[in-house]
Design a protein around this ligand. Structure first.
Ligand code: UGA
Length: 462
């Protein structure tokens, strides 16, 4: 089967970059990304894309209008497509701690495809979906089947990380495609493989049955999060014993069986997907009557909550047990560097706790818009009084003005530019004693101590 047209439902952090790279590498395929939000599509069609991702602008500019299109016209895109990529159309801002992954959006999109499609389609689940979502999608599609229209559902989870999305898409460790074990299933898998084979060698494309593929996505995120929760748990031991968690991470990471990646202790990880995926795994285990397994994975989340709470408690404690009326600079608001994404960012938790305790916050992040920070902090799960937030939070254009006149700096995101700031200058502009809380372990603590700062970090007594 020759693939001529691909349509992607959902123009978010995964859909936009993924389709841009497909368009770049497959010039003969017409790729259309659709989204319900007119505003978001207008941004994708403008000079200022709705997401910040290194390298993305160039890829979009080179393909947009040629074989890459952003549109709100679902009907035409679905009617024409050979392959429909299914991405979370639902953009959840704040994670409710419900475990059952919400299939409502997947279901809605499946019904829409069933209503519109007039020819055979390969439907590809690309975003993280609950295990057996493919089955639900197929059930909906088959129940609404029209004569002459048949569907194949594939699971093709995306493993890209934000901040390195383009790099990850161009050179993935592997591509995973799961499908039905039938002639038609294999043909659909082959069709999707042929798209990836434009730039990825066949030996890096792994094919499995659908459920293995769906579960592998949850498992990969759970294992990654588990490593971070493990090192974070050890950081608490380090602070109480005099060990340094960076030294411990280096020492254990040199064991080739363990490896050095994902051993960086921090104020807490859980980005939206890690949290959602582990909760989903816990839920599945409970449903399968595997309570011990569910408890095991729940601990990864619990440890993360503990780490976040421990860090903010340390800030308050060091500042003489009260931050009421104090000016505190928050450097970084995104959940990690090189992205403007703030969903489930630990900075929101830190800000909420400090605001609850009566502090005034001075926030600077190189890529997060002021409107986004206010949107996050005035969300009902963070604060019931938006007026109070508007009075207590100021957003700045750079780190120097953000820190001027403050009692303490709390570093929440590991942006490179924070490493290279002139901390002597910053110290001179702050109230004394001046405190710095390095939540990402990226600063030169010896230098900061010499300047005169009181320094606190994760996993090391200073
Ligand atoms: C993560 C996975 O790495 C991707 O493979 C996956 O596709 C994606 O989730 C998803 O399913 O959405 P992402 O959240 O973009 O990607 O970024 P990560 O680099 O994994 O970082 C997640 C969080 O863990 C960040 O807050 C980061 O600062 C933190 N982290 C990461 C640590 O605290 N320590 C580390 O050693 C590594």
């Amino acid at each position: 089967m020759v693939i001529e047209k691909i349509c992607c439902l959902g123009a978010g952090y995964v859909g936009g970059p993924t389709c841009s790279v497909i368009a770049l590498k497959c010039p003969e395929i017409r790729v259309t990304v659709v989204d319900m939000s007119k505003e978001r599509i207008a941004q994708w069609n403008s000079d200022k894309l709705p997401i910040y991702e290194p390298g993305l602008d160039d890829v979009v500019k080179s393909c947009r209008g040629k074989n890459l299109f952003f549109s709100t016209d679902y009907t035409t895109a679905i009617l024409e497509a050979d392959i429909i990529l299914f991405l979370s159309i639902h953009r959840q801002k704040h994670l409710e701690m419900e475990k059952a992954a919400d299939l409502k959006y997947v279901e809605g999109a499946a019904r829409m495809i069933a209503e519109i499609a007039k020819s055979n389609k390969i439907v590809v689940e690309k975003s993280t979906v609950p295990v057996r979502a493919a089955e639900s999608i197929l059930n909906i599609l088959s129940a609404n089947n029209k004569p002459g229209v048949s569907y194949q559902i594939l699971s093709n989870p995306e493993f890209l990380a934000e901040g390195t999305a383009i790099e990850d898409l161009l050179c993935p460790d592997r591509v995973l495609i799961g499908g039905e074990e039938s002639v038609e299933g294999h043909a659909a898998i082959e069709a999707l493989c042929s798209v990836y084979e434009h730039w990825i060698s066949r030996k890096n494309i792994l094919t499995t049955n659908t459920w293995s593929s769906e579960l592998s996505k949850l498992a990969a995120n759970a294992m990654l999060a588990q490593r971070i929760s493990s090192i974070n748990s050890l950081s608490a031991v380090c602070e109480s014993t005099g060990a340094d968690v960076s030294e411990v991470a280096r020492a254990i990471g040199l064991d080739s069986r363990i490896g050095s990646k994902f051993l960086q202790a921090s104020i807490g990880i859980l980005n939206l997907c890690f949290q959602k995926d582990i909760l989903n795994l816990v839920y599945i285990c409970e449903c399968l009557n595997l309570p011990e397994v569910a408890t095991y994975w729940q601990q990864v989340i619990d440890m993360n909550e503990y780490q976040k709470t421990r860090f903010t408690a340390k800030v308050v404690q060091a500042l003489f047990n009260t931050v009421s009326g104090k000016q505190i600079a928050l450097l970084g608001f995104a959940f990690k560097k090189n992205t403007g994404d703030t969903r489930e960012s630990p900075a929101i938790h830190v800000a909420k706790t400090l605001l609850d305790e009566g502090a005034t916050l001075h926030i600077y992040d190189p890529k997060v818009e002021e409107s986004q920070i206010f949107e996050d902090l005035t969300h009902p799960s963070v604060c019931e009084n938006p007026e109070y937030i508007r009075k207590s939070v100021k957003i700045y254009e750079d780190a120097y003005t953000a820190t001027a006149g403050t009692h303490a700096i709390v570093l929440c995101t590991e942006w490179d530019e924070f490493v290279f700031l002139d901390y002597k200058k910053i110290y001179n502009g702050m109230m004394k004693p001046a405190y710095i809380f390095d939540g990402r372990k990226i600063l030169d603590h010896t230098n900061l101590l010499e300047i005169g700062f009181h320094v606190h970090t994760i996993g090391k007594k200073l």
